[in-house]
Design a protein around this ligand. Structure first.
Ligand code: MN
Length: 730
């Protein structure tokens, strides 16, 4: 059982050693705060919980981080495991420390153990996105390191889970951050639990050969230092056995047993300057036999994680090969502590943090971490400013375009989630579905089976194409009726804006041509397309504008010659047939709006046919009307219906005749006389002189049927100087 006092003393020593000017009163304040908050909690081995934050703070201090990071480490489990809040910590320790703790808490909540291989890339980016302050990641790594050191107290299940996570996440991360020492410890500890048999074999072998190894290393070390001292190069030289996991990896990849492996020894020569490094290299090659093809110059081309050294493998006097790594002290610090060392150097200059961040981002970004060329490449790649990384409540990472909202998130999870979304929680708080998500947010989508589906506004709110496409798909599929209504409304207002009459789309003559231009079979389909966003109303109108204007011109000419027909309002009252409307029966349709086409003004007795308009009932044409000529085309047949005149002898119909005449006095009187003697009711009679000695007489009157109309017309044509007649058609 470990005690608070032991750990506190150890941490204090380390802090004073690494940062002599540290404000110990402030440190103690954090220690006490954490101690009180965690007072009821125990570690798995029965020790007071506070030991853990103390140990993590010590590791952080060892890494060379600053006092804020140490404070953050001391408090790192307070938000997650105690009743302390961000605000509490901010009030006492300031914003920076509170944000560090908050950041670590977020990483703690993320369940990295469920991460599949495919998620690794996102995970790496996630860490990067979160490394708004790299200290968060470093505290988290220190946290994991201490947990690995005390892994023996965990259950076997937890050991396997945590160690796998460490191998998947933390060791590679430490590697990318250039923290070789931490990486090795994480790997070796993980191996111990994940492959205990192999681990123990290697450890057994190394222990059994310990004396022999040490003697060998001592011999080589002396040989090197003697030579370098003789030529006046100041150096620190030592030998070591490579770490267990790297030996394990070599055995696996080379298929060898440990005594068959040759380079398990590594020597380090640390000198003051880069020229010294190359000088040392020359002396090493002079002292020992070189193994060809093993020399690497990571000084001129550093590894992506900023590692720099000269590597060479040579063969010692006893025929045993070993590797020599030659580096400066600065390179050594970077190799051991990576980003942390770098951070430490920058600390003195004050404002280095932004630049550090760039450095980390570059470093993290380069996943192929062996090739120096890749590193050079990586310097040019812009970072992920256009992406945001958020968590599902279960810790899965979702990458979205920057500026994304819960709507984008929902559709990134599954279109079913998006379509049944009724609200969202961000970081466990109810949030608007249109809020902008930030890196590290934990997003939960509230769904309901009763949800009515996405709203059209969402199309304007969401940022990702994925969401937009899925929302459009939904509208296309699920809401055809609604789409038609919405689409029609936009189309109508666009037509209005363009100064075009909507009635043109109902015109049986013009309509097919317009639809063809729009590539739709019917107007409803086109309205639906506009409704779900597959086509804009502006585009649709733009495509048919010219055709409409052309058609309107033609019709205007026709109208000059065509007489209008008006329904006599009285006539409706006298319908005898209860299904007849305006004296017309539409087959198969019981009662619907009827109007008479203006192009051909049909009267009872005329063979007629009905055209089903959109929204204006049935329009009745004479069968010989040119506008009805296309009624047998497949595209139109469904719109044309059979209609017939109701049996209504008494019901008068209003029609119009226009007479072509040679102008003379008394002509109008003659016409009026014929009308009177024929006992028809004249509603209107106009005469108009035209150029060239012609005049036009227009008569609006009521007839019972076409037979009566034709008999009157014959009488009128008998009048002298009446040379022609025209019904309401061209
Ligand atoms: Mn912890």
């Amino acid at each position: 059982m470990e005690t608070f006092e032991e750990h506190y003393a150890s941490m204090r020593d380390t802090i004073l050693k690494c940062m002599p000017n540290a404000d110990m009163a402030l440190i103690d304040k954090a220690v006490n705060y954490a101690r009180v908050k965690h007072r009821d909690q125990l570690r798995k081995d029965g020790s007071p919980y506070i030991i853990h934050p103390l140990a993590v703070a010590e590791i952080v201090a060892e890494m060379g981080l600053d006092i804020d990071a140490v404070l953050g480490a001391l408090l790192h489990d307070c938000i997650e495991d105690t009743d302390a809040s961000h605000a509490d910590i901010e009030k006492i320790f300031g914003q920076t420390v509170a944000e560090l703790v908050e950041g670590v808490t977020k990483l703690t909540k993320a369940n990295f153990s469920t991460t599949e291989q495919a998620q690794m890339e996102n995970l790496r980016k996630m860490f990067m996105a979160m490394s708004k302050d790299i200290r968060v990641v470093l505290i988290k790594i220190a946290d994991r390191l201490h947990n690995m050191r005390t892994m023996q107290y965990q259950t076997p299940e937890k050991q396997l889970k945590k160690c796998q996570e460490t191998m998947d996440i933390y060791a590679p991360l430490a590697h990318r951050l250039g923290m070789q020492k931490v990486k090795w410890e994480l790997e070796d500890t993980s191996l111990r639990y994940l492959n205990p048999k192999e681990y123990n074999e290697i450890m057994g072998y190394l222990n059994a050969h310990k004396e022999q190894d040490e003697a060998f290393m001592h011999t080589i070390q002396s040989k090197i230092t003697e030579r370098l001292s003789a030529v006046g190069i100041r150096n620190t030289t030592y030998g070591r056995i490579k770490h267990v996991y790297s030996i394990y990896r070599k055995m696996q990849t080379q298929g060898k047993t440990i005594d068959e492996l040759y380079d398990i020894y590594a020597f380090r020569v640390i000198v003051d300057s880069i020229p010294d490094c190359y000088n040392v290299l020359g002396h090493i090659h002079d002292l020992f036999n070189l193994v060809p093809g093993r020399f690497k110059d990571y000084i001129s081309t550093p590894k992506p994680n900023m590692y720099q050294s000269l590597h060479t493998t040579v063969i010692g006097s006893q025929g045993i090969p070993f590797e020599v790594q030659i580096r400066t002290w600065e390179m050594h610090e970077t190799a051991e502590y990576g980003i942390a060392a770098h951070w430490k150097y920058k600390q003195g200059t004050g404002s280095g943090s932004e630049k550090d961040f760039e450095w980390v981002r570059r470093l993290l970004e380069n996943q192929q971490d062996t090739d120096a060329e890749d590193y050079v490449q990586s310097l040019k790649i812009d970072m992920f400013d256009d992406e945001v990384f958020v968590f599902t409540p279960k810790g899965r990472i979702v990458s979205l375009p920057a500026g994304s909202t819960p709507i984008d998130f929902a559709y990134a999870i599954h279109s079913g989630v998006g379509n049944s979304m009724v609200g969202a929680k961000v970081n466990n708080r109810i949030a608007g579905i249109d809020v902008t998500l930030k890196n590290g947010d934990i997003v939960e989508i509230l769904t309901s089976k009763a949800a009515k589906g996405p709203s059209r506004d969402w199309l304007n709110i969401c940022k990702s194409n994925q969401a937009r496409t899925k929302i459009k798909q939904w509208f296309k599929k699920e809401r055809r009726d609604e789409n038609v209504v919405h689409g029609r409304a936009s189309f109508e207002s666009e037509m209005k804006r363009a100064g075009l009459p909507l009635s043109i789309t109902l015109d049986p003559e013009v309509s097919p041509q317009l639809l063809k231009k729009l590539s739709f079979d019917n107007w409803e389909d086109m309205y639906a397309a506009i409704g779900y966003g597959g086509l804009t109303a502006v585009k649709a109108v733009g495509r048919i504008r010219d055709d409409i204007n052309k058609a309107l011109k033609v019709q205007a000419n026709e109208k000059m010659q065509a007489a209008p027909l008006r329904i006599n309002p009285d006539s409706e009252a006298v319908r005898s047939n209860r299904h007849a409307v305006n004296g017309v029966i539409v087959e198969d349709i019981d009662s619907c709006m009827i109007k008479f086409a203006k192009c051909c003004t049909p009267v009872p007795g005329d063979p007629i046919v009905g055209f089903i308009t959109k929204g204006f009932g049935v329009s009745v044409h004479r069968c010989d009307c040119p506008n009805a000529a296309n009624r047998n085309l497949p595209i139109q047949t469904s719109r044309w219906v059979r209609v017939r005149w109701a049996n209504q002898e008494e019901q008068p119909f209003e029609t119009t005749l226009e007479l072509d005449c040679i102008t003379r006095d008394g002509l109008v009187l003659d016409v009026a006389t014929i009308m009177t003697t024929s006992r028809v009711r004249v509603k209107e009679l106009n005469a108009k002189d035209l150029p060239g000695g012609r005049s036009a007489i227009t008569i609006r009157f009521e007839v019972k049927n076409v037979a009566e109309l034709e008999s009157i017309r014959a009488k009128l044509l008998n009048i002298r100087d009446v040379i022609g007649s025209r019904r309401g058609q061209n």
